[in-house]
Design a protein around this ligand. Structure first.
Ligand code: SF4
Ligand code: SF4
Length: 135
């Protein structure tokens, strides 16, 4: 089970090897997406954890015991439709066919099919795709 979480560290635990412990003790594969941690200050980490549900549950308990808040987040692709020039460049990279052109050469975004691979983010010359995170 792969899911994203935001960890918020209080200022007195930022020197702890928390991510190392998550890997070693709970057999979690971790991908750090964003980090803002300075010694002596509150820090935040956006990371992806990939592990069995039971291991994630135990890891979250461990974090709680160490006074580290752990909030799950979902990511979604946001398309700035109003600015689209319907060039179709993004459809070439969208394997899941969430992005397609209709008969009138207009881009259609079927969010149900989107697997959030993020390839369209780089593919659009106008940078019209953004990744949004929510709880
Ligand atoms: S994130 Fe991937 S699947 Fe979703 S629209 Fe973009 S290219 Fe297609
Ligand atoms: S690449 Fe960008 S401008 Fe072109 S169709 Fe896709 S979203 Fe629209």
């Amino acid at each position: 089970m792969k899911k994203r979480y935001v960890l918020t560290f209080p200022s007195d635990t930022t020197n702890e090897p928390i991510t190392y412990n998550l890997v070693k003790q709970f057999d979690i594969k971790i991908n750090i997406i964003k980090a803002k941690i300075n010694a002596g200050e509150e820090g935040t980490l956006l990371l992806e954890m990939d592990a069995a549900q039971e291991n994630i549950r135990k890891a979250r308990k461990y974090l709680e015991e160490n006074h580290i808040a752990c909030q799950s987040v979902e990511k979604k692709v946001h398309w700035k439709e109003d600015e689209c020039m319907h060039c179709g460049a993004c459809t070439a990279v969208c394997f899941s066919q969430a992005l397609t052109m209709d008969a009138n050469r207009q881009l259609i975004f079927n969010t149900e099919k989107c697997i959030v691979c993020e390839l369209c983010v780089k593919a659009c010359p106008l940078k019209l795709f953004e990744i949004h995170f929510s709880e």
